[in-house]
Design a protein around this ligand. Structure first.
Ligand SMILES: [Zn+2]
Length: 73
């Protein structure tokens, strides 16, 4: 997996967020993998060999959580 730097994070989220309305980059969520409160806009993006992009926990690669693992804090 290689990290992709995202310049316009809110635009990226609006386009790629997998469920309904994207959260604001200023929102806080709890990542259930590392059990930390994260700021949505600190997300990282990693792409696999097929160039599929995953919205990942800010604590990646130490944490393997992705956007689906974020819950209301
Ligand atoms: Zn995490």
């Amino acid at each position: 997996m290689k990290e992709i730097k995202i310049k316009y994070k809110q635009d990226y989220l609006n386009e790629k967020y997998p469920f309904g309305e994207a959260p604001k980059v200023t929102e806080k969520k709890r990542c259930i993998h590392c059990d930390e409160i994260i700021i949505v806009g600190d997300f990282k993006v990693f792409a696999d060999d097929e160039e599929f992009e995953y919205i990942c926990c800010p604590n990646a690669p130490d944490c393997d959580g992705t956007v689906i693992d974020w819950i209301e804090p």
